[in-house]
Design a protein around this ligand. Structure first.
Ligand SMILES: [Zn+2]
Length: 413
């Protein structure tokens, strides 16, 4: 796919950015959203930029008998974080899927559970760029509905229409385990489908037709490159890091290596207009994450990097019935699972992290003066220290995501 300059500079997007800048003056902050003692430069940037976590797991029940599930403090955690939006994601393949229709049932139940969460938190899903800008301007945290893995499709591309009608705007093609009708090769499995499958290609085409952003996280390079040939719009890989940035924990690094991207592959994605989200894994604090972001920016440029924490903003939910099971005991565990759903791997792999259930806002000890500030405040402080100005932080923090989201979701003129 070739990205032409006109393609890049859609009028709406330019309007979006000016509106975001104007937000500095217009966006009122909730009284509890300005952590005391913080450098005003940090709070100004948090307010002026649209911080978006492009991959945040919100745990909800996936079994209908467990609805509505526990109360989830989504709005207050978002206010604390300083983020304007999260891509609120869930996956249906944490348990082994054993019968046809199960993935779809779990998907529909997950959406229903998320409806409840949003209603109780007086929040709504953003369906387009204008919705995100409006939410940011009013200081109202918001979400973009996302799902990780096309398992719910079960080979039926027409289910995307229903998903779209239910508010889905961001689709991760793959997750840890193959869907019953596979979409492509997963980077933590031996390749077996020859890259993107025909069905995977049809899902990309239908997502583009409907207005759903395609996320290639968990795809191996061959699948990603196949997807880039099919896609006519830029894609995102929401949660990864450079395979040269291995952190300080060799056991964790070994586990994460298949999930990291090479410099040459990152350049291929960026050259097609794509965006790569840097996650929190392999970083022990916000400064290390900022350094990992900087390393990615040095490879692909400031217009192609985003934040994709792969963490949980709210308390992990453990189903009493739905015991977490790995499909294979020797298999690697998904990092987001390590960050909340299973205690044992987290203990062994996250020795440097605080004990207890970590959430996005409690992932790291605060670096900033005044302590107890949320995730995006910490990251903005670290990005400032890494040498980025407000404009650059705005791009990394959410502007780059907004660009590809807008291209994916805007209705064609
Ligand atoms: Zn993932």
């Amino acid at each position: 796919m070739q990205i032409t300059p006109t393609y890049w500079s859609r009028r709406l997007f330019i309007q979006s950015l000016s509106a975001a800048t104007a937000g500095l003056l217009l966006r009122p902050l909730a009284a509890n959203a300005t952590p005391g003692g913080l450098d005003p430069k940090i709070t100004d940037i948090v307010r002026a930029t649209i911080g978006i976590d492009t991959h945040n797991h919100i745990d909800v029940p996936l079994l209908s008998e467990e609805l509505p599930g526990p109360d989830i403090a989504l709005a207050s955690e978002m206010q604390k974080s300083g983020l304007s939006a999260i891509c609120m994601t869930f996956a249906v393949d944490y348990v082994k899927l054993t019968y046809e229709g199960q993935a779809y049932e779990r998907f529909l139940t997950g959406l229903k559970a998320m409806d409840e969460v949003l209603q109780k938190n007086a929040m709504t899903r953003c369906l387009n760029t204008a919705d995100i800008l409006k939410a940011h301007k009013s200081g109202q945290p918001t979400v973009i509905q996302s799902v990780e893995g096309g398992h719910f499709l079960e080979g039926k591309v027409d289910r995307l229409q229903l998903a779209y009608d239910r508010g889905l705007r961001h689709l991760g093609l793959l997750h840890d385990h193959d869907a019953s009708t596979p979409l492509g090769d997963i980077f933590t499995e031996p390749p077996r489908w020859g890259g993107l499958t025909k069905f995977g290609a049809s899902v990309i085409r239908e997502s583009e037709r409907l207005g759903i952003l395609v996320d290639l996280a968990h795809a191996d390079d061959n699948t990603t490159n196949g997807a880039l040939k099919v896609a006519t719009k830029p894609v995102i890989i929401t949660h990864t890091g450079l395979n040269t940035r291995l952190g300080n924990n060799p056991a964790m690094a070994k586990m994460m290596l298949p999930r990291l991207i090479s410099k040459s592959q990152a350049k291929i994605v960026a050259s097609q207009g794509g965006v790569i989200g840097v996650w929190t894994h392999l970083a022990d604090n916000a400064q290390q994450m900022a350094d990992n972001i900087k390393a990615m920016v040095d490879v692909v440029g400031i217009d192609h990097v985003a934040i994709g924490t792969d963490t949980k903003l709210t308390t992990p939910y453990h189903s009493p019935k739905d015991h977490f099971e790995q499909h294979d005991k020797n298999k690697q565990v998904h990092p987001a699972v390590i960050n909340g759903s299973t205690k044992e791997p987290r203990k062994s792999n996250h020795q440097h992290r605080p004990s207890g259930e970590t959430t996005t806002n409690s992932l790291w000890p605060p670096l900033t003066k005044g302590g107890a500030s949320g995730f995006y405040y910490e990251l903005v402080a670290a990005l400032l220290k890494a040498g980025y100005d407000q404009k650059a932080i705005g791009k990394i923090g959410g502007g780059n995501y907004l660009r590809v989201f807008d291209l994916a979701t805007a209705k064609q003129a």
